[in-house]
Each structure stands twice: as structure tokens, then as C-alpha cells.
Design a protein around this ligand. Structure first.
Ligand SMILES: [Zn+2]
Length: 321
């Protein structure tokens, strides 16, 4: 052990400094406490440097949660956009086409979207957050725009309807028979002939004798046995370029003969199995300006959205085969 000395001027010599035991203990303890404080300081500082302060850790967790929530919103927005696209498509290919209105082009639906970068306020955040905020904000803006176009289109359809009540009354937009759809419009393997050919109408399952109703106002154009496998058939001329056809009937309603005027909902005949069939059903065709069209697109007045979706899917599958 080293000794401390002091100079005793009276004795003219160096004398060893004697410490009491208490002094020694206090000295040792003080030294260790100082060392401990310094060590703890170094430890806390380096921990904070490596992992962040408690406040920073909490903020980081919150930030991650916000980003996750935002990603969730983003996928919701994507789903809404798909639904909106389907509505727009139906608006064009069904409502507007059937009523004889011009469809709204994709350019028109998208007009005014984009332009100046109104999202530059999101610059400066971390890249992930900025990209997310920008994307979702611009997608929301986009949807807002498309929705207002869609709303305008429906308003236009409503106005058209009001201005064209007579035409709309003639359009064949009701289900002519109470029965589920057996077979859709499009290419298919013929159930009796077994060959692949175009099916130019919709087949409704209906037992023999089920009433058939006119889907729109018109004049009976044909009511007789028709060649080509149709069997007992009625044609109705709805004017405005539309003719509807009902085949494989078992009989006509009273007074149904060419020239007879009928109104939407009038009974015209009864389903059956006349002509070339594998079972009783109603074969229903809509002919527009001399060409058959898909009757499914005209049943929007009483087709449930589920039915519509189901049959467009079935038809797509049939057409691809
Ligand atoms: Zn058919």
C-alpha cells in the first residue's frame, strides 16, 4: 500500500499520514459510487443510442402500427375500386346500351383525374410512409371523381327514362316466365343435337303449362309452329328495333294472333316441349335491329345482382370452352 506523507515543519521531516478505518471505508465507498455512476451513465447513453429512448420506442411502435393500418386501408380502396369498375361497366354495357344511350368512355370517366401534384405535402416523411400516403390519397381522389361521374350518369339515365317513357314501356325488360335460367346466350354444346353451336337466347326451366308474359309493350308479329326446331313460337314486335321470341310453347293465350296489340305483363302463352328439346323449357330471344342480343342484359329490372353476376360468370366460362 502506498502512503501519503505530509511535511511536519516543527519536526523538519515527512510524516506518514495516518487514516482512521472509517476514513478508509468512506474513501473506498466514495470511489466505487463515483465509478458506478459513470458506468451507469455510459450504459444508459449507449442503450439509448442503440435502441432509442422509451419515448422514441413508443413512437416507433405507433408509427409501424399506423403504416400497417394504412396498408389495410389501401387494400380496401383497391376492392372498392373494383366494385366501382363493375358498376361503370354495367352502366355502359347494360343500362345505357339497352336504353340506346351512348356509353361513357374510359377517357371521359377518367377526365380531370391526376394533373398537378397535389400530394407534394407528403414529401419529407420516410419513403414507405410517403409512398403509401401518396398512393392512397391519389386513389381516393380518383374514386371521388369516378363516383361523381357515375352519379351524373345515373341522373342522365333517369332523365332519359322520364323523357322516353313510351320507348321504355316497349323495351323487353321483364323476365317473361317464372323459372330459373337453365342455359345462357353464347356458344354451347347443343343438349339434343350434341354439336357445338351458337345459342341465340336464354332458356328458362319451366314445367309444361307455365304462363308466359310479355316483357314490354308491342304487337304480335308471329304465332304459329315454326320450323328449325322452335316448335310453337310467338314473336312480338316492340318497335324501336326490338323483337322478342318465345319457343317450345304448348299453347297460346286467348286472342294471341298476328296484329294483336299487347302490353307489358299480358299473358301471351304457356311453356311446353314442342320442337327440338330435351325437356320442357322456354327459349327466349331478344332480336335488336335484326340480330340476336344477350337477353340477360335486358333483365336488369327483375334480375337480382347475384343472378346477374352468376350468369355472366357461367357464360364467360361457357364461351371460353
Ligand atoms: Zn334455347
Amino acid at each position: 500500500m502506498k502512503h501519503l506523507y505530509y511535511y511536519d515543519s516543527q519536526r523538519c521531516e515527512f510524516v506518514i499520514v495516518e487514516y482512521s478505518t472509517t476514513d478508509k471505508v468512506i474513501h473506498t465507498l466514495t470511489t466505487w459510487v463515483m465509478v458506478g455512476i459513470v458506468m451507469a451513465g455510459i450504459l444508459v447513453t449507449s442503450l439509448a443510442y442503440l435502441t432509442g429512448s422509451p419515448a422514441e420506442i413508443a413512437l416507433r411502435a405507433e408509427n409501424n402500427e399506423l403504416i400497417r393500418q394504412h396498408q389495410h386501408h389501401k387494400s380496401n380502396i383497391a376492392q372498392l375500386q373494383q366494385q366501382l369498375n363493375r358498376i361503370a361497366e354495367r352502366d355502359n354495357t347494360v343500362y345505357r346500351t339497352v336504353l340506346g344511350m351512348d356509353p361513357i368512355t374510359e377517357e371521359e370517366r377518367m377526365a380531370g383525374v391526376g394533373g398537378a401534384d397535389i400530394f407534394s405535402r407528403f414529401d419529407g416523411y420516410s419513403t414507405t410512409a410517403t409512398a403509401l400516403l401518396r398512393e392512397t390519397s391519389s386513389e381516393l381522389e380518383n374514386m371521388k371523381h369516378r363516383l361523381s361521374i357515375q352519379q351524373a350518369s345515373f341522373d342522365e339515365i333517369k332523365a332519359f327514362y322520364n323523357d322516353n317513357v313510351d320507348k321504355v314501356r316497349h323495351l323487353p325488360i321483364l323476365r317473361p316466365v317464372d323459372g330459373i335460367i337453365l342455359s345462357g346466350y353464347g356458344m354451347r354444346n347443343h343438349p339434343v343435337l350434341g354439336v357445338r353451336r351458337m345459342h341465340e337466347g336464354l332458356d328458362f326451366r319451366a314445367s309444361v303449362g307455365t304462363p308466359v308474359y310479355a316483357p314490354g309493350d308491342g304487337v304480335i308479329k308471329y304465332a304459329a309452329n315454326r320450323a328449325g326446331g322452335y316448335g310453337l313460337t310467338i314473336d312480338i314486335d316492340h318497335s324501336h328495333g326490338y323483337v322478342t321470341r318465345y319457343a317450345h310453347l304448348s299453347g297460346f293465350a286467348d286472342g294471341i294472333r298476328p296484329g294483336r296489340r299487347i302490353q307489358r305483363g299480358d299473358l301471351i302463352g304457356y311453356t311446353g316441349r314442342s320442337g327440338v328439346v330435351s325437356g320442357p323449357h322456354l327459349h327466349y330471344e331478344i332480336i335488336r335491329n335484326g340480330r340476336p342480343v344477350d337477353p340477360l342484359n335486358y333483365l336488369f329490372a327483375d334480375l337480382t345482382p347475384q343472378e346477374y353476376k352468376m350468369f355472366t360468370r357461367i357464360q364467360l366460362a361457357q364461351n371460353e370452352r
